[in-house]
Design a protein around this ligand. Structure first.
Ligand code: FMN
Length: 357
């Protein structure tokens, strides 16, 4: 097998190594969930054993409203990570995102590192993944009628037999990379075109700097199906790039971004006008945080780095145990807030702590 260690592959390897450490958390900014508390409901009549988390995502039924966020593919070590992640996701019957498929566009050497996911998890919802910069570039190429165009995105979908595609927006991360792609001219126009050309639903996500209500509205007007806020307070992707380039944790962009809780709360308001799936992510590292994200309006929640770390420590079995434990906590919170269903948990079950004093 040809091993083509391109810049893209090497960068992915460095990202994986840094994300196994705790050095890439935000310094002084949190995801904001600690500012909220649940409204205890003393006369709960909820039958805790009848609570079900079954949720529809990308036209498939999943057992928990949970997505393992896009992480890897395109480098040798990715195969075993994706193999284990997909075994865990399959056992839990939850959704899984593949890591950026940019490398898969460069050559076929590492296609197997992505394909392993569908092989191990034939029935779960899978999201393909590509960067905003690559999409913007395609728009220019299709205008010039040369090279890779929007058909390439469908090719990436087919490669992993995905149920949906996600574009990652990461301008802050790219800005911190000396080799970063910071020209995103025509991005929104390309997204609009892509929605029309793609055979599967299109999602958009950040990677840890969050999405504002204003940006979300523009994306929804472009026709996308889902938004994953990937807000600030979990993994700092500016931090990852600063460390890769031997910079200091005091860099003024380390903590850049909108906290996860703020993004969910703000974007949820758009549900009055638009129909879309809202994914809450960015530093969701416990069952309590998952429940708070849902209570603030997320349809499903997602996590990345904590899952990678658990996988590294305790394998697929560890990830299965962790997610089961989180949702056991969510179940107890639903009982104590008088929420028979996830829909009820989203209805006035959470308050800002300040209002309690
Ligand atoms: C090791 C690692 C690799 C990642 N690679 C990608 C990627 O290829 N594409 C992408 O959209 N997001 C990627 N992300 C970002 C995550 O999907 C997620 O949005 C972000 O880390 C915030 O979630 P967290 O705080 O739970 O880690 C990666 C995250 C990790 C930890």
């Amino acid at each position: 097998m040809q091993q083509n260690d391109s810049i893209t592959s090497r960068r992915k390897k460095e990202h994986l190594e840094l994300c196994l450490t705790d050095e890439v958390s935000f310094n002084n900014k949190t995801n904001g969930f600690e500012k909220y508390d649940f409204l205890h409901y003393a006369i709960t009549e909820v039958d805790i054993n009848k609570i079900t988390f079954e949720t529809k995502f990308l036209n498939k039924k999943i057992s928990y409203p949970f997505l393992i966020s896009c992480m890897t593919g395109g480098v040798d070590v990715s195969e075993s990570i994706n193999a284990k992640l997909s075994v865990a996701a399959n056992e839990l019957n939850i959704a899984l995102g593949v890591g950026s498929q940019r490398q898969a566009l460069e050559n076929k050497s590492f296609h197997h590192t992505y394909k392993i996911i569908r092989r191990n998890a034939p029935g779960i919802p899978i999201l393909g993944n590509i960067g905003a910069a690559q999409i913007a570039e395609m728009s220019e190429r299709s205008r010039l009628k040369s090279g890779k165009s929007f058909d390439t995105v469908q090719y990436l979908v087919d490669l992993v037999e995905a149920d949906g595609m996600v574009i990652h927006l990461n301008p802050a991360q790219e800005l911190m990379q000396p080799e970063g792609d910071i020209l995103q001219k025509g991005l929104l126009k390309s997204i609009t075109k892509l929605v029309k050309n793609l055979k599967v639903p299109l999602f958009v996500k950040e990677v840890g700097s969050g999405i504002s209500k204003f940006a979300a509205k523009k994306l929804l007007d472009a026709g996308i199906t889902g938004i994953d806020v990937a807000g600030a307070g979990g993994t700092s992707w500016t931090g990852v790039e600063i460390l890769r380039n031997k910079g200091s944790a005091t860099n003024e962009f380390w903590d850049w971004g909108l906290p996860t809780s703020y993004c969910i709360k703000e974007i949820f308001r758009l549900k009055k006008k638009y129909k879309f799936t809202l994914v809450g992510s960015g530093g969701i590292n416990s069952g309590v945080e998952a429940a708070k994200a849902i209570a603030l309006g997320a349809d499903i929640v997602a996590s990345a780095r904590i899952i990678l770390q658990e996988l590294n420590k305790n394998g697929a079995e560890g990830v299965v145990k962790l997610v089961n434990k989180w949702f056991d906590t969510v179940r107890k919170i639903m009982y104590l807030t008088g929420s028979n269903s996830l829909q009820e948990l989203r209805k006035n079950k959470i308050v800002e702590k300040g209002s309690l004093y």
